[in-house]
Ligand binder design. Sequence first.
Ligand code: SF4
Length: 316
Amino acid sequence: MTKEPLLDGIAQTEADRDLPLLRPGNTNCGGCGMSIALQMLSRALSDRNVRIVIPACCGIVTAGPFPWSAYGAPVVASTFASAAAVASGLARTARMNDEDTRVLCWAGDGGTYDIGMATLSAAAERNEDILYVCYDNEIYGNTGGQRSSATPVGARTTTTPGGEDLRKKDILGIMAAHGIPYAASLSLAHPEDCLEKFRKALDLRGFRFLHVLSPCPTGWKSEPAEGVRLIRLAVEAGLYPVLEIRNGREWRVTVDPGDDEEALRRYFRSQGRFPEGSLDLAKVRAEIEEHWREIRKMSKDRAPLNPGPESPILRP
Ligand code: SF4
């Protein structure tokens, strides 16, 4: 008996596969880090068959109005809270149909750190066959710029006009604690490392989690052309550790963090969300050092310097 494929209406067509993941005419702001991350993912996908689940966030606005879509792959729009649960269903259906389809979640920090955490944690616990990517712009970008639990200390948002005073959650540590096959942070300023991790995460099975610090010129009050430089500064200052973690136990630093105090100053100075005097730099440095002590304890070794090419701007 021929097996009727379930959910055939959202299968990726041959025509889709020839398209970049993010097409021209999308609604993202100029200089959006999420656009760069999607271009990187597009490169990494090559001819892999994918379906993408996107909760309520800037990433679903990107597609534009139905029936048009700026995405070069089938996309399911989910509620904020349910992305990982919806993706679990799609992944299981693909397996029942013997399809070699990769199921991805593409979610912002609000849908990951906050509202989607319950279904995300449950899917990770069940080790569902999903690649979950969190593009972290440290803010609820598409609803006016409210704080999320990814917002860093000192940042002004519409709900923290005097500056955020709570510490940002360690999302990578939280996800690694689930013992999932693969968790990693990606730097948009280090494209080789970034592409390698996207490819690795696409090819592995089980639950994989990627964290991408994603510049948001609108919310960060920064120059649109400066996004990649900001990420490089965050890495050079040790503020954004670039790591990978296998099975929750094998920690590896993949980009040398540096320890550059001037990079830290320039990172904060370049963003209007950190007004003069909103930060205690000595305290920030102490927190960075404490975080790195924990990371060094977990990782057996420090990988060699891997800065990657200067320009990460990739054309589809
Ligand atoms: S608000 Fe920020 S994250 Fe959203 S599309 Fe604009 S730049 Fe990108």
